[in-house]
Design a protein around this ligand. Structure first.
Ligand SMILES: [Cu+2]
Length: 145
């Protein structure tokens, strides 16, 4: 086997090892809660947890289980509507990853770290054309801590 290939394999093994170490829940000092979100072509967003408190920092691990592009965008109703307008202005162009949301390709998983700063209800919505209107939205409750 050529030497370069061996080096690459060794490098990949290191990457894999560090990834699996990150996945261990309850690492001391790790206050970021992992939450799973699944986006599917039946216009559903499923969250493993939807009750949080102000100040919670959550790492959303967002998987697109469908065959078409979906988004995971966090914000209150007003923010959702604003984002919908932005998406309409972009004329179908893919949204850029930002603080409040990510676009996830079919079969892919993306991560979004988010800190809940205000109590109340917020939404996770997909704004690919027609999806939000079809009910591709999940609600999240943020309690006053
Ligand atoms: Cu969608």
């Amino acid at each position: 086997m050529p030497r370069l290939t061996l080096v690459l394999i060794a490098a990949m093994a290191l990457v894999l090892a560090s990834c699996s170490a990150d996945d261990e829940a309850g690492t001391p000092g790790d206050s970021v809660r992992p939450v799973t979100a699944t986006l599917s072509d039946d216009m559903a967003i499923q969250l493993s947890e939807s009750d949080f408190a102000v100040g919670d920092t959550v790492r959303f691990e967002v998987t697109n289980s469908g065959a078409i592009l979906h988004e995971f965008y966090l914000g209150d109703v007003e923010a959702q509507e604003h984002h919908a307008e932005e998406m309409a202005d972009m004329d179908g162009e893919e949204m850029h990853d930002e603080e409040d949301g990510i676009a996830v390709e079919p079969g892919a998983t993306g991560t979004l770290e988010y800190t809940f700063e205000r109590a109340g209800e917020i939404l996770a919505g997909c704004h690919e054309p027609g999806h939000y209107e079809a009910g591709m939205v999940a609600s999240i409750t943020v309690a006053d801590d």
